[in-house]
Structure formats: structure tokens, C-alpha cells
Design a protein around this ligand. Structure first.
Ligand SMILES: C[S@@+](CC[C@H](N)C(=O)[O-])C[C@H]1O[C@@H](n2cnc3c(N)ncnc32)[C@H](O)[C@@H]1O
Length: 214
């Protein structure tokens, strides 16, 4: 609890990343742009945007640049995050740009609470913040809402000047078992405020839901 009696984690358990930093995610957004808010949508997301279809969920949308880019292409987008400051910024930018995107507070580890399904789900920079146990829970949570394709853009461990949570290729595929098909994992880049304009080494994974035979 904070001094004013408010739970900074909004009733959920802190994630491993929040335990590590000692701060709720929201704190990253309170004093100016967060370290990953470089001022636009991720180039890898822009490049893949033609592969997004139908209803889109952006999980861990932050201040919404990716969701807003997808909305600007006419896609129906819901961005969810646990950081209220980021969501307020995303809604404000949607208004300023005249874009019709929805932003809501939701825990990526409890997506079933949304009670909705999405044709395309984007994770840009969230997967790599979870530890191995959380990734297993996260994939279960994604199962409840993903009807078609899941795209994950995360830091990779291959190359120079890696980001703060570099993910090995095997660690990216490990939590996806029955009910999923890892279609491709391509080398990509993630832009941040602490890398030059070429960004950091990344993976761009395309993962599809498969009907389970149960
Ligand atoms: C590295 S940032 C990436 C933000 C955004 N996707 C982008 O590309 O700018 C990770 C985001 O995930 C959010 N996040 C972390 N844990 C979460 C959880 N359990 N549920 C929902 N969002 C979460 C954080 O608040 C943060 O906005």
C-alpha cells in the first residue's frame, strides 16, 4: 500500500519485473516518456501491419503508439495495460489524432476477464519482462482471447548491444505447447530511447492458435 492507502498494484500480485525494480509499471510513465517510448510505432510492427486482421488486442500496449498505428489503418484495436498513466496518455493521443482505439486496464496474466476474443494479438515488449513461470501463465491467459494469430516482438540474445531482457529463441517457443503453432521466428529490431535508431536485436514471432482435438 502507498502512504495514501492506495494499492499501487491495483489488487493484483506484482510481477517478477516489479519485484526486481521495486516499483509498479506505472512508475515508468510518470516522469516523462518511458525508456521504450521512442516516439512512434515499432518499425517491425509497421512492417507487419498488413498481416493484422479483424479485432486486434495489443497486450501491454503502454502509451499506445503501436495500437494507434494499427487503428490508423482501420483496424479495430483494444490496447490493455496495468499502467494507468500510460493508458491515459494513449487515450489522449487517440483523441488528438482523431483515432478510434479503445484502451483499458487489464492484467495480461488474467486476459480471460476481458470476456472477448481477438483475431490478432500483439505483444510488443511484454513477453520478455516475464520470468519462466509467468510466461507459462501468460500463454494460458492468451489462450482465452486469441482466436487467430499472436505476434510477439521481444529482445533477443543474438547480436551486439542487446536489450535488458534478452530472450533465447528456445525460451520464446518453450511456453507454447498444444493449441499453438509457432510459425516463424524472424530476426528483427526493437527501438528504444537508450539505443540508436537501429535499435536492439529482437525476435518477431508469428504464432498461431491451433484447434485442439479435445
Ligand atoms: C516494455 S513496455 C512496452 C510497451 C508498449 N507495448 C510499447 O511497445 O511501447 C511493457 C508494457 O507492459 C505492461 N505490463 C507489464 N506487466 C503487465 C501485465 N501483467 N499486464 C498488462 N500489462 C503489463 C507495462 O505496464 C508496460 O507498459
Amino acid at each position: 500500500m502507498s502512504k495514501d492507502g492506495e494499492d499501487p498494484f491495483g489488487g493484483r500480485s506484482p510481477t517478477s519485473h516489479e519485484h526486481m525494480t521495486g516499483l509498479p509499471w506505472d512508475a515508468s510513465y510518470r516522469e516523462g516518456p518511458a525508456p521504450w517510448d521512442f516516439g512512434g510505432p515499432q518499425p517491425a510492427v509497421v512492417e507487419a501491419a498488413g498481416r493484422f486482421t479483424g479485432d486486434v488486442l495489443d497486450v501491454g500496449c503502454g502509451s499506445g503508439e503501436n495500437a494507434l498505428h494499427l487503428a490508423s489503418l482501420g483496424l479495430r484495436v483494444l490496447g490493455v495495460d496495468v499502467a494507468e498513466t500510460a493508458l491515459r496518455r494513449a487515450r489522449r493521443m487517440a483523441g488528438e489524432r482523431g483515432l478510434d482505439a479503445e484502451f483499458a486496464t487489464a492484467d495480461a496474466l488474467r486476459l480471460e476477464r476481458l470476456g472477448r476474443g481477438f483475431d490478432t494479438v500483439l505483444d510488443c515488449g511484454l513477453f520478455h519482462t516475464f520470468d519462466a513461470d509467468e510466461r507459462v501463465r501468460y500463454v494460458k491467459s492468451l489462450e482465452a482471447v486469441t482466436k487467430g494469430t499472436l505476434f510477439i516482438l521481444c529482445f533477443s540474445d543474438e547480436g551486439e548491444n542487446t536489450g535488458p531482457h534478452p530472450v533465447k529463441r528456445e525460451a520464446l517457443t518453450a511456453p507454447f505447447g498444444r493449441g499453438w503453432r509457432v510459425k516463424t521466428i524472424e530476426k528483427a529490431r526493437v527501438r528504444t530511447r537508450f539505443h540508436d535508431e537501429n535499435g536492439a536485436p529482437a525476435w518477431f514471432a508469428t504464432i498461431e492458435r491451433e484447434p485442439s482435438d479435445e
